[in-house]
Design a protein around this ligand. Structure first.
Ligand SMILES: [Zn+2]
Length: 215
């Protein structure tokens, strides 16, 4: 039996999966979400349609990657587990293949400081982790590295990851990063866009720390 707190967390993961599709940042079941739970994490199961998920379908993963539940965890469990291990500040991870993030990732591009909101991902860029096959330890290592000092990254020829102190924060950031990717994509036909300097982004980060970062 699940206690109320755990049932609520599992329900929030399912709700956020459905929300990803409503927001247009994911299609089908390619996206996956995890939330820290005890010494491990709760993660979406592999290949099950979100609209049929029940709290019991969400999988618990122990710190060594052992799954508990009636389904297999998402094939991307490696990077969910490794990011949680490396980043005590992170309590939720959202992964999807949002169209504009993925276009940039196919081209091997990071998101440069085209707009001050790039700072919400933690610095002056959103890096693109080098390609490695889905579900691999190598992809996980590349993602952890691309997330150093950041709350989001792109995955070459694949998609994007957003992390946060809570699931609503990670979801919010996933949408923001897709918006930035769309803006950058829109600039590219005009040529290389002018960029904000490190100093200008630093000032934004400082101001956001005082104001909160909702714009
Ligand atoms: Zn993926």
């Amino acid at each position: 039996m699940l206690d109320d707190g755990e049932r609520e967390k599992r329900g929030a993961i399912i709700e956020s999966c459905l929300e990803m599709n409503r927001l247009g940042i994911n299609q089908g079941t390619s996206g996956n979400i995890s939330v820290r739970h005890g010494d491990g994490l709760l993660i979406t199961p592999t290949s099950l349609p979100y609209d049929r998920l029940e709290p019991e379908d969400v999988v618990f993963l122990s710190p060594d990657g052992t799954p508990e539940g009636r389904h297999r965890p998402s094939s991307e469990w490696h990077f969910h587990l490794d990011i949680m291990r490396e980043r005590p500040d992170v309590n939720a991870i959202v992964h999807a293949h949002p169209t504009y993030c993925t276009i940039l990732a196919i081209m091997g591009l990071e998101i440069p400081p085209i707009h001050y909101m790039v700072a919400v991902a933690g610095g002056s860029n959103v890096r693109c982790a080098p390609y490695a096959i889905f579900g691999s330890k190598e992809l996980s290592q590349n993602a952890v590295k691309a997330l150093e000092g950041r709350q989001a990254c792109l995955l070459e020829h694949h998609g994007a990851i957003a992390v946060g102190a809570s699931l609503p924060k990670a979801m919010w950031l996933a949408v923001e990063v897709e918006t930035l990717a769309r803006q950058y994509h829109g600039c590219l036909p005009f040529g290389a866009p002018p960029l904000l300097s490190e100093e200008q982004i630093g000032a934004v980060i400082e101001k956001m720390a005082g104001y909160g970062h909702q714009g």
